[in-house]
Ligand binder design. Structure first.
Ligand SMILES: C[S@@+](CC[C@H](N)C(=O)[O-])C[C@H]1O[C@@H](n2cnc3c(N)ncnc32)[C@H](O)[C@@H]1O
Length: 327
């Protein structure tokens, strides 16, 4: 095999390409469609190959197109796949975390058991990428710890019927992906809290949340009584006396250029040197220049004194990047 595939949020293919150009100079861009890019490699590609890009959700060896369900099953047997993941290439608008949708029919036709989706370490996973009126596109990857065990890199979350904002999903997915243990009773200081989705996800986990925003929040967060408090200020105008004691988690999603946001964020480290467990950040990716600067931005986060910093493009992220840093 000499082709590589990666899936991503439709529209962000060029960000995967630019990471690949930087990391793997011997890869040449090949077939691509919205939500999927492939590359030709000079060397042999094995299912263990994982593209080092936060924007690549699933990646591995590309097997090419398959017209029928029988062709898919034949490919599964040929490569010896121990699991099959079926998912859509382009999720519906505002349902970007839902990788099944129109892929349900293919899942049924392939006789897949929905309870058997989760890959275990070592599984050889056949990725079946579905798009309306198109042949299936097939890839294969070996599941390991750094990969999502779920189809299309999805992160299953349980959400209430009404959420204040998409940020609920971003936080719930980010917590699941990072393994950050936000524990009941811990205090979270959140910059950019309105309209309250992420605060709600944190409150549901038992945290005390102090939100900082000049914009209003939805009633759902105030239903948690004393566990939610709003400081109606911009983070830049916060005074030392505004700061709650013993903050365990700093959260920031302020929708401004990440260089500016991180500059303002620095001053909240010294007060919480002893109590801080980690940070959960959403960095806004306004343009290609910011994307090219991601390695530097992550280095800046690391230099705040964090021992581990990881970034990913979550299923519910748009032109954003989720960053987890452990104290
Ligand atoms: C993407 S929204 C945040 C979403 C929110 N985390 C949620 O869960 O719904 C960005 C928010 O950042 C706020 N914001 C922008 N600059 C800010 C600043 N300097 N300090 C505090 N909040 C700020 C805006 O008012 C806006 O409500």
């Amino acid at each position: 095999m000499s082709f590589v595939f990666a899936t991503c949020r439709p529209g962000l293919e060029r960000w995967v390409r630019s990471d690949v150009a930087r990391e793997y100079p011997d890869h040449r861009a090949a077939f691509a469609r919205p939500g999927m890019v492939t590359f030709k490699s000079e060397s042999d590609v094995t299912p263990e190959f994982r593209i080092a890009s936060p924007f690549a959700r699933v990646s591995g060896a590309s097997l090419g197109a398959a017209k029928t369900v029988e062709d898919v099953l034949a490919a599964r047997d040929r490569v010896g796949a121990t699991r099959v993941h079926v998912f859509v290439r382009e999720p519906a608008k505002n349902r970007e975390h839902d990788v099944f949708g129109p892929a349900e029919a293919a899942r049924t036709a392939l006789g897949l058991d929905p309870d058997n989706e989760r890959a275990v370490i070592g599984d050889l996973v056949l990725d079946v990428i579905v798009a309306p009126d198109q042949p299936f596109w097939l890839g294969v990857h070996r599941h390991e710890r750094a990969r999502s065990p779920f189809a299309g890199g999805r992160i299953p979350i349980v959400e209430p019927a009404e959420i204040p904002s998409r940020a609920y999903r971003k936080m719930a997915e980010g917590l699941a992906w990072s393994g950050a243990h936000v524990l009941p009773g811990q205090t979270v200081l959140e910059f950019g809290s309105s309209p309250g989705g992420s605060a709600l996800a944190l409150l549901e986990r038992g945290a005390f949340v102090v939100g900082v925003d000049t914009e209003p929040l939805k009633p759902a967060v105030f239903a948690y009584g004393e566990r939610f408090k709003l400081i109606p200020k911009a983070m830049t105008t916060l005074e030392r006396s505004d700061l709650p004691p013993g903050v365990a988690w700093l959260v920031m999603d302020v929708g401004v250029a990440p260089q500016v946001a991180l500059h303002g964020f620095r001053r909240f480290f010294p007060p919480y040197r002893k109590s801080l467990k980690g940070v959960l950040l959403t960095l806004k990716l306004n343009d290609d220049l910011v994307v090219a600067d991601i390695p530097n931005l992550l280095e800046r986060v690391r230099s705040l004194g964090l021992s581990e910093v990881r970034a990913t493009h979550l299923p519910s992220n748009r032109r954003e990047l989720f960053v987890f840093g452990r104290s």
